[in-house]
Design a binder for this molecule. Sequence first.
Ligand code: 5RP
Length: 218
Amino acid sequence: MNQDQLKQLVGRAALDYVTPGQIVGVGTGSTVDCFIDALAASGIAVAGAVSSSERSTQRLLKLGIPVLDAAEVTGLTVYIDGADEIDGNGFMVKGGGAALTREKIVADLAAQFVCIADASKLVQTLGRFPLPVEIIPMAAAQLARRFAALGGEARLRAGVVTDNGGHILDVTGLSITAPLAFETEVNQWPGVVTVGVFARHKASVCLLGGADGVKTLS
Ligand code: 5RP
C-alpha cells in the first residue's frame, strides 16, 4: 500500500470512534481529508462537526456535513486529527498544515483525541520534523534567538498567514526529550501563540496505518 492508501485506511478506521447523532471534532491535513471523505460516504448521521481550519470546513460543507462554531459547544466526545510526528507515549508534533492553534483549541474541547497517521510518523523522540510554532509576527527575531539557545534553528514559513493572522516558525535541530516541560516553557515566551508540541493534549488513541493494516496504540 502506498502512503495515500494508508491514509485512507486510517481515515476509515477512525469511523469506529464516531457516534451517530453526536458532534465530532475534525482536524486538518491530508489524512483528515480521508477521514472526512470516509465519514461522508459512511452514511453515519452526525449532528455536525467542529472544524480546526477553513480547509476542513470547506470540505465538510461540500460533503453535506454541518459545521458548528467552537463557541456553540460545551464539549466533544471525540476529536480526530493527524500528526507530523507521534511518539510511543502519544505525544505529538503538529502544525505542518499551519492549523495548530485551532487544532489545540478543538482538542481541548474533546474527551478523546484520536490520532490518525501512517506508520512513518512514529518516532522515538520528537524533533525530526521541523517544529511548527505559530507566532505574533513582531516576535520572530527574538523567538529565533530563544530557539537558538536551545540548539534549534528557526525559519519563518514563507508566504504563510494562518487562519488567525499569525505567522509560522519552523524549528529544526531540536530533540524534544521532555515534551510536557518543553510545551509548557515555550508557550510562555512572549509572542508565541501556540507551540506545535501536543503533550498536554496528547493522543488518547493512535491509529497507525502500515503494511499489516491498522495498529492501535493507546
Ligand atoms: C496540520 C496538522 C496535520 O495534522 C499534520 O500536518 C499532518 O498532516 P497530514 O495528514 O497531511 O500528513 O497538524 O496543522
